[in-house]
Design a protein around this ligand. Structure first.
Ligand SMILES: *Cc1c(COP(=O)(O)O)cnc(C)c1O
Length: 364
């Protein structure tokens, strides 16, 4: 074994102790650390033939790199829609690294850590007062959650024409209606081959609102003359935190054939507030929902989940199935996350959220 690595293993407890103390010092000092800085480094250092060992690497990190760190987990940081990390979520994050599971299958490959992800999703459904008719999974952020959801929506759209877009590529114009989508949904349209310009902008409600004007939405639906479409709606727009009227959309869904996606990256958490949960009333009728945990749930980056109706599991597997993976009958029974989302290998990303939910409960 490499002698420095051996030294590190022998000294592991001390290394982790130093790291822990450094973390505590940072968080205790968060009020005094700037929210932005102009400090820079030359990112082109040479890779040494011999390593430094963790303690020396930590010293170099502290000298050169740690001054780049801003107080983004603190309360004075207003860049992005952001969040900090609760103590429990840090426990979960550290343990996710230490256990280092490759969270995929429920029954195979020598580990069942996907069950922890199922359990966490189940807790989140209870938190958000949503039914367990949704299949959920963790991805890095709301962008990837939107991507996963809209990927399945694209497959659904093709099926309305008897086509398999996942296999054969897109051969129909995919109709997208939306009012004030987050820029990440537009990025997804680009990534999914639909085209970042190929959507119809529905009017917003008068009076400086960002929510869909439902009458104009129905006008636009009628213009499609019965053709299917994908609706990208918002539970919390980033500029003004506006919410689309989900009860009205649910009524339209009874009349027209569309995939209903809700981007609730931060606004979905309105569901936990007696004062604001009317804003998400009816959202359980959506086909897919995006929520970020690294915003309002205050777990470390990278943590978001998608919720997609279990009825769509076959479309989801068609979209994300590994082409060389044997198809194992019922995809819900022989479940493997690599067949339902973009990534193959993935960390136990649910664990920080699991710890926060267990540690602080609904009230927290
Ligand atoms: C933050 C946000 C996103 C993008 O989320 P990431 O976690 O940065 O990928 C998408 N939609 C909304 C409404 C957001 O607030």
């Amino acid at each position: 074994m490499n002698s420095i690595l051996k030294q590190d293993l022998d000294n592991f407890e001390n290394i982790l102790e130093k790291t822990k103390q450094q973390g505590i010092d940072f968080l205790n000092d968060i009020e005094n650390i700037p929210t932005s800085n102009t400090y820079t480094i030359n990112p082109k250092t040479a890779l040494n033939e011999l390593g430094l060992g963790s303690i020396e690497a930590l010293k170099e990190f502290n000298e050169r790199l740690s001054p780049l760190m801003v107080s983004s987990p603190g309360p004075r940081y207003w860049g992005f829609v952001t969040g900090g990390s609760t103590p429990a979520s840090i426990v979960g994050d550290w343990l996710a690294s230490i256990y280092d599971q490759n969270t995929q299958a429920v029954k195979a490959q020598g580990g069942a850590s996907a069950l922890i992800e199922f359990e966490t999703i189940n807790l989140l459904l209870q938190l958000l007062d949503l039914p367990d008719t949704f299949l959920g999974g963790f991805v890095t952020g709301a962008t990837m959650s939107n991507f996963t959801s809209l990927g399945v929506a694209r497959q659904w759209f093709g099926k309305q024409f008897g086509k398999d877009f996942a296999k054969d590529g897109i051969s129909e114009t995919v109709n997208i209606l939306t009012a004030t989508p987050h820029s990440s949904s537009i990025k997804c349209l680009s990534l999914l081959g639909i085209g970042s310009q190929n959507y119809t902008t529905v009017k917003t409600i008068e009076g400086n609102r960002e929510a869909l004007d439902i009458a104009d939405l129905e006008e636009n639906i009628k213009k499609l003359e019965g053709k299917p479409f994908i609706l990208i709606s918002s539970a919390g727009t980033v500029n003004t935190a506006d919410f689309d009227d989900f009860e009205a959309i649910a009524i339209l869904k009874e009349k027209y054939n569309f995939w209903w996606h809700i981007d609730g990256a931060f606004g979905g958490f309105a569901a936990v507030s007696d004062k604001y949960n009317h804003l998400v009333k009816g959202w359980e009728g959506a086909d897919s929902i995006t929520i970020d945990c690294h915003k309002w749930l205050n777990v470390p980056y990278e943590s978001a989940f998608f919720l997609i109706k279990k009825d769509h599991i076959n479309l989801q597997v068609e979209t994300f199935q590994n082409s060389n993976a044997p198809y194992l009958g019922n995809p819900l029974e022989n479940f493997n996350y690599l067949n339902v989302l973009p990534e193959n290998s993935r960390r136990l990303r649910a664990l920080p959220a699991w710890f926060s939910l267990k540690a602080y409960g609904k009230e927290g």
